[in-house]
Design a protein around this ligand. Structure first.
Ligand code: GDP
Ligand code: MG
Length: 239
């Protein structure tokens, strides 16, 4: 699958209702970016197929789920939709905890929201682990006639910063809205598989590694799985 042109024909998945309770893996995602770029609309469109034309700013954060079955594995994405306002900054920083993937959104008709991407990337770097994956999303593709950010400029930014994926999308038309989360689930499932294989390999090659390496790898593997489990427990408690 190409990062810039995700393959729409790759139907190796089935989207399940967002209240589906049984799953194999649970991952936390965070949606960030300036206020008004369409973070909430994109998330709502993808998870509930709703689009609202009026603007109702998110207070603190809102919480959505996206459940998808990929090759017999049920993956549940726990999506934290954050607000962009400065007044809630201290809250947002706490939300980065145990996040596997960040969806960083700008609006193609607002150059300011694109300029602020550096700030958001810095925020991610400061508040999360190095293993976090970042998707860059240029929302409001339907407003092409008001476009301030050429697609090439955004592609260059995504490449220069070593981000994981770039897509333009529209919460209004639905273009690529679900695709963002389908891709995220594929990426995280693959990552989890690699991590398990790495652990397995290390366990089978105990003699070839020293104690320090063993401890480090075990910790990496455990924290990866535990964080997902912890978040599940938290959700079960509060809802
Ligand atoms: N034309 C258009 N408007 C959008 C799109 N996504 C969001 N909006 C509008 O942009 C405004 C802000 O959206 P919202 O999701 O609340 O932004 P957030 O602050 O980033 O969560 C609302 O008035 C939405 O109707 C889109 O894809 N196209
Ligand atoms: Mg919002």
């Amino acid at each position: 699958m190409s990062a810039e042109n995700p393959d729409d024909d790759n139907e190796d998945y089935e989207i399940l209702p967002d209240d589906h309770q049984v799953y194999d893996l649970n991952f936390k995602l965070i949606v960030i970016g300036d206020s008004g770029v369409g973070k909430s609309c994109l998330t709502k469109k993808a998870t509930r197929n709703i689009f609202e034309n009026y603007y109702s700013p998110t207070i603190g954060f809102e919480f959505y789920t996206f459940v998808i079955k990929i090759k017999e594995k049920i993956v549940r994405l726990q999506i934290w939709d954050t607000c962009g306002q400065e007044v809630y900054r201290s809250l947002i920083n706490g939300f980065y905890r145990n996040t596997s993937l960040a969806i960083l959104v700008y609006s193609i008709d607002k150059v300011q929201s694109f300029k602020h991407l550096e700030f958001w990337l810095n925020d991610i770097k400061t508040n999360s682990g190095p293993e976090i994956k970042i998707f860059l999303i240029g929302n409001k593709k339907d407003l092409d006639e008001k476009r301030e950010i050429p697609i090439e400029e955004a592609k260059n930014f995504y490449k220069e910063h070593g981000l994981y994926m770039f897509m333009e999308a529209s919460a209004k038309t639905g273009f690529n809205a679900q695709k963002i989360f389908i891709e995220a689930a594929h990426v995280l499932l693959e990552e989890n598989k690699k991590m398990k294989e790495k652990l397995e390999k290390m366990k089978n090659n105990k003699d070839n590694i020293n104690e320090n390496q063993k401890v480090k790898l075990t910790q990496e593997g455990e924290s990866f799985n535990d964080s997902n489990e912890q978040d599940t427990q938290k959700r079960n408690k509060c809802c």
